[in-house]
Design a protein around this ligand. Sequence first.
Ligand SMILES: CC(C)(COP(=O)(O)OP(=O)(O)OC[C@H]1O[C@@H](n2cnc3c(N)ncnc32)[C@H](O)[C@@H]1OP(=O)(O)O)[C@@H](O)C(=O)NCCC(=O)NCCS
Length: 208
Amino acid sequence: MPLYKEVIINDTTTLYLWKITEDLEWFIDVVDLNISSKKRIDSMKSESHQKGFLAVRMLLQHIGYSDFDLYYDAHGKPHLKDEKCISISHSHEFSAIAVSTHSIGIDLELVKEKTLKIASRFMDVSHLENLSEIEKIQKATVIWGIKESIFKIKSQEGISFPNHIFENKFNLDDKITEAQLRFNSEIENYNIVFNFVEDYIYVCAYIY
Ligand SMILES: CC(C)(COP(=O)(O)OP(=O)(O)OC[C@H]1O[C@@H](n2cnc3c(N)ncnc32)[C@H](O)[C@@H]1OP(=O)(O)O)[C@@H](O)C(=O)NCCC(=O)NCCS
């Protein structure tokens, strides 16, 4: 399937989603890769991972960029060669990128029971009180995504999900919330936008 969805996150940020229905050969025919990406693709063990990586390049091509406009820093954080910021996530059937004039972090997660099982390791479980089982799974997934998204903006060693990133109270219907990073004696506030796509949840974080 071509582009699945474009979501306007704020005045300066758009999220693009690709639903992966194509086979690997199709992607290899239509995607132009730089040398380091070719090496990465060759080193990937799973075809699903390869397709997720290539679908990101399809999204780049869709908005007028290519793999040649993208590079990674030493921590694995992606950057565009122009002045824009990018964040990338992939999960099974979907790949996502968000492009912004400001720092941006995104995460895409399959909604699954396991995230709830490990919730006490990364979040304040009192935020799951009075919810049905499925709502608990969904909310824990959003909160995991909040923490991954903020981590992707900061990309600093030593950031702990339970000890340094704190989500405000929110309802699943809100589709927005706020979160705070308290790390190295600094406090940063983030806006959060999240939503459901089929069996997945995407989360975007940006500084306000
Ligand atoms: C790096 C990390 C953010 C990737 O997230 P993920 O959910 O495993 O995978 P996603 O598909 O959502 O994201 C992968 C993309 O993140 C981007 N990424 C990787 N490292 C990054 C970094 N340091 N900063 C920002 N973005 C990064 C890359 O674009 C990557 O995809 P690509 O290499 O194919 O381009 C994650 O593995 C991580 O290290 N998280 C923090 C560790 C942690 O504290 N964990 C839990 C503690 S309780």
